[in-house]
Structures are given as C-alpha cells and as structure tokens.
Design a protein around this ligand. Sequence first.
Ligand SMILES: C[S@@+](CC[C@H](N)C(=O)[O-])C[C@H]1O[C@@H](n2cnc3c(N)ncnc32)[C@H](O)[C@@H]1O
Length: 204
Amino acid sequence: MNTHLLVASLYDALMVPADKLGFEQVRRMVVRNAKGKVLEIGAGTGLNFKHFDGTDCVFATEPDPYMLSHAVARLRDCSALTRAKAEELPFPDDSFDTVVSTLTFCTIGDPLKAAEEIRRVLKPDGCFYFAEHPVAENPMLARAEKIATPIWKQLAGGCHLDRDILSYFKSAGLIVSDIIRLDSFFVAGKAAKSEACAKPGLAA
Ligand SMILES: C[S@@+](CC[C@H](N)C(=O)[O-])C[C@H]1O[C@@H](n2cnc3c(N)ncnc32)[C@H](O)[C@@H]1O
C-alpha cells in the first residue's frame, strides 16, 4: 500500500479533530504574523493558505506529490507552489521576510539542515513563525513518545513524536523567542537571524 497516497487522501479529515480542539486557532495565530514576502515550508494540503492575510504572494513548498496535488486546489491568486524539501530550498539567500512552518519538523528527514536552510533564505531582519509538536517536557510522556515513534512514523507519513524541535532551530543559529506551549503537545513561537525580528511578539 502507498502510505503517502493514503495519508494525503485522509489528511484533511484527520486534521478536523485537532483543528476543532484548537489547532485551527494556532494555525491562524502563527500564519497571521506573516508579512511581506512569505515562504511556507511543507505546506501539506494547503490548510494554512486561507489564513495568510496582508502578505505579498506566498511561496509554498511541499515535497510529497500527493499532498501537493491537494494543495494546488487551495492556492490563492498570485501564490506559487514548488515541489521541494525544506533541506534544499530553491531560493536565494536573504530572500524572505517571513518563513512559516506548521507541523513539518516532526517529519522532515534532516531537521537541522532544514533549519539551516530557513536561516539562509530569511532576510537579516526576517522572522520564522512556527507551530510544531516537539517531544513532551514531562519525562514519562517523553519516554512513551520515544517508544511509540518507530511504529507511529510508519503509520503517519514519517512523523516523529520524540524530536527536540527547538534545539534544531537553536543549533542552526536562530534566536528562538515568544514560545507559547499549548496543552502538553504543541509549541508555537518565533525564531530569527537577528534581534531585528524581536518586535512585535507573536500576535494572538
Ligand atoms: C503533518 S504534515 C503538515 C502539513 C501542513 N504544514 C499542515 O500544517 O497541515 C507534514 C508535512 O511535511 C511534509 N514533509 C515531509 N518531509 C519534508 C521535507 N523534507 N521538507 C519539507 N516538508 C516535508 C510532508 O509531506 C507533509 O506535507
């Protein structure tokens, strides 16, 4: 069975409970911070596209052709969608005011390389906004996530439950700030190349 095709076909339906439990609000909160020339990595089926507001055209990337085929239908006006991995972004250095990622760093093959690429394509005063699900802070929950990950990633398109996602951003030289923890599962926040992105904070 082609699990990527299956995950892409079921993805929107699978996200309904998470979105109803509050992740839709998190998407909106993260995405509405996007300003200027915007890049979204790992756009999936394009669930974030409707939340971009007040931006120039959005450049979205997604490596999975099945996800991409759903996202195309949600593309707005002048926006562009490219098949690309976050580890090899086909854009010049210092080219985006904003980069956005929601729920991608659990799946990306080389998350440190992806964070380094985000740093590379961000303008010196650019901001990276994210909402991700890193490994739990609670040690028992973290242990359960580590045990479950080998099976979970087979079922969920490569998703890891046990990644220390903020550590990749920091290791790539990004300054992480405005962290909001949502339940014990999700984390939203901002990362940047310089203090120039430090204001304003993550808008609610
Ligand atoms: C859980 S889905 C999230 C999709 C979307 N960002 C959202 O919030 O609904 C994870 C996405 O990451 C994508 N992905 C997997 N490997 C990737 C990589 N190396 N670079 C960028 N995206 C990747 C998957 O194809 C999938 O669309």
